[in-house]
Write a protein that binds this ligand. Structure first.
Ligand SMILES: [Zn+2]
Length: 122
């Protein structure tokens, strides 16, 4: 077990909200720059932007994104895509740590594999 982490936003707690919003806003509405354009770090001012557009739900979701780091948002986006494709994911599966897609090993904060010889490294 890794050391105790600060309580973070659980993806399984928020994923259905994002799926619902995406259904109503196919181009991700006021969250477009982050969720549609994959700018995982561009959450600054996102809630203000949603507010300006009069998008109340967008404000709430923007605040959720602002409480997450870029890696978590990227992971959230991947989970949303899987849910939208009809996959049934348990909360545990949604909250699972990211693993290297090549070797299944550990990855760093950027999602790069820790094994120097692995294709997923860098
Ligand atoms: Zn790897």
């Amino acid at each position: 077990m890794a050391g105790a982490k600060m309580t973070k936003t659980k993806i399984s707690d928020v994923s259905s909200k994002f799926v619902r919003y995406h259904k109503k806003n196919p181009a991700w509405g006021s969250l477009h720059i982050v969720m549609e354009d994959s700018n995982w770090e561009s959450t600054y001012g996102l809630d203000e932007w949603a507010k300006e557009l009069g998008d109340k739900e967008g404000v709430l979701l923007a605040k959720i994104l602002q409480g997450m780091d870029s890696r978590e948002i990227q992971k959230l986006s991947a989970v949303i895509e899987r849910l939208e494709s009809g996959e049934k994911l348990s909360p545990e599966e949604q909250d699972a740590e990211l693993h290297c897609e090549w070797c299944g090993g550990e990855v760093d904060d950027d999602g790069d594999c820790l094994k120097s010889y692995c294709k997923g490294n860098g």
